[in-house]
Write a protein that binds this ligand. Sequence first.
Ligand code: PMP
Length: 383
Amino acid sequence: MNAITARLAAAGERRQAADMHRTDPVLTGLDLASNDYLSLSQHPQVRAAAIEAIEQFGTSARASRLVTGTTRAHHALEAALAERLRHPACVTFSSGYMANLAAVATLASQDTLIVSDAHNHASLIDACRLTKAPVQIVAHNDTAAVEAALAERRQPEALVIVESVYSVLGDAADLDALLDLCARYDAMLLVDEAHGLGVAGTGEYTGFGATAQLSAHRDRLVVTATLSKALGSQGGALLGSELIRDAAINTARSFIFDTGLAPANAAAAHAALDLITPERVSDMAAARAQLAAALEVPVPAGAVLSVPMPSPESGVRARALLREEGILVGCFRPPSVPDGITRVRPTARAGLSSAELERACTRIRAITDTCASPVAGAQVTGS
Ligand code: PMP
């Protein structure tokens, strides 16, 4: 061991590596762990679009978008996303993480107060850390705290950052109220739709996220999304005005210095976008309702349900026992959760039968109950 590897060993830095089970059986087993909310990653049209793009463009964008990494597939996807999510312009990235880095870097300067929700995703937190802007973290979903921060700021500019739907608690941001505040206090609102796209939205906007249907003050709204969850692909997007899109293209390091989104991923995401239908979204919602009722947990605004567990060990143990029975669920635990609570997380998806969900719920209840009981907890050693 050298000084660095000794520190890694002492800090237990290998503990999450046990989570990286191969998930090949997901293709035949019961996957309640992935973010493929509409089950589009296996849809024949999505696969065919990716294969066709590989035939045309090869397997890689091969360079930054600004060099030779832009194809027809990118432009077509960006136009479609802009239209469906109702923004004048869109630019795509190799991941949602990169899109968030770019969005914050583009919008914030040292003269900007960033007001960031305490439950924001790690990519948004990192994005804030990479700027020179002062950051004020406000209590989760506390609109009054956002208002106080905006009202009392010394900086001429302000950027409020939230997620439309939070996966940890399954709650949603009050976007109308936040946009209203942004208009009143001359701020902009950045909304990450990672968990909203494919899931949130009503009426003609069903499935296009919580932000597509917003009407007032859209000029203050900037949206990021991932192509890697409900769209069954990989990549990210930034949506807003042409001014903001062009500024991101010209200045964002995670765009300029990153190899472009693979054309096949762009084509797959585009095909998936065309498959977001009210029927598919309500199929996911029916699975979500069935899971929530059977597990006796609240129906979340997104697709991810949470069964709180008393300790990380009990959650990990429950997940392992369920896996042995062919039921894949997530287990999110410290340090990856904002409130320190371990949760077993079954995720709803379109295309699951009521019978298989019923069987899964019975086993999830039995196993989480056993693992949560003090007697079982005492025996658990973790993995
Ligand atoms: N934002 C949120 C809220 C997320 O949950 C995630 C992924 N877990 C991302 C951004 C990053 O997206 P990607 O996986 O496409 O990098």
